[in-house]
Design a protein around this ligand. Structure first.
Ligand code: FEO
Length: 169
């Protein structure tokens, strides 16, 4: 049985993951309208993954006798200045998600809920990967700068990264 503090923190994490999915979906849609098909594909996949992260939490809360709340979401921006801006925002967002996961883990320890603590380790590992991936993409973008041909190759690279993302779990 989940205690109240744990249930509240897991529900906050459900919102965070749902918000991430929505945010990346807005980025994907913008990239698609800009003709950046590889970037769009990568971001659509990323958005789907975040929904999976949310679902995993929803099911865990309900299976442990709690009640998952499906939250209202803030509207994400509908336009972005550039691909670099998108990935800068994405990296910052992932850093915030990591902080929020660490908070859940802290609460698990202070409440001595080792089952939820164990469950959350999957998210801790996932965040390591996601932050590393976002940093890697930012490094590539910094190398490219404003070069059009570089952006073309970058977009093609991301197209290839998208299916690998999907097979990750
Ligand atoms: Fe599910 Fe990217 O955090």
């Amino acid at each position: 049985m989940l205690n109240e503090k744990i249930e509240i923190s897991l529900n906050a994490q459900i919102k965070m993951e749902a918000q991430s999915s929505q945010f990346y979906l807005a980025m994907a849609s913008w990239a698609e309208t800009e003709g950046l098909t590889g970037t769009a594909k990568f971001l659509y996949t990323h958005s789907d993954e975040e929904r999976e992260h949310m679902l995993k939490l929803v099911k865990f809360v309900n299976e442990r006798g709690g009640r998952a709340h499906i939250p209202d979401l803030d509207a994400p921006p509908s336009t972005f200045d550039s691909v670099t801006e998108i990935f800068k925002m994405l990296l910052q967002h992932e850093v915030n998600v990591t902080a929020s996961i660490n908070e859940v883990v802290d609460i698990c320890l202070s409440e001595k809920d080792y089952t939820t603590h164990n469950f959350m380790q999957w998210y801790v590992a996932e965040q390591l990967e996601e932050e590393a991936l976002a940093r890697n993409i930012m490094d590539k973008l910094q190398m490219i700068g404003n070069e059009k041909s570089g952006l073309y190759l970058f977009d093609r690279d991301l197209e290839q990264m998208a299916p690998a993302e999907q097979n990750k779990e």
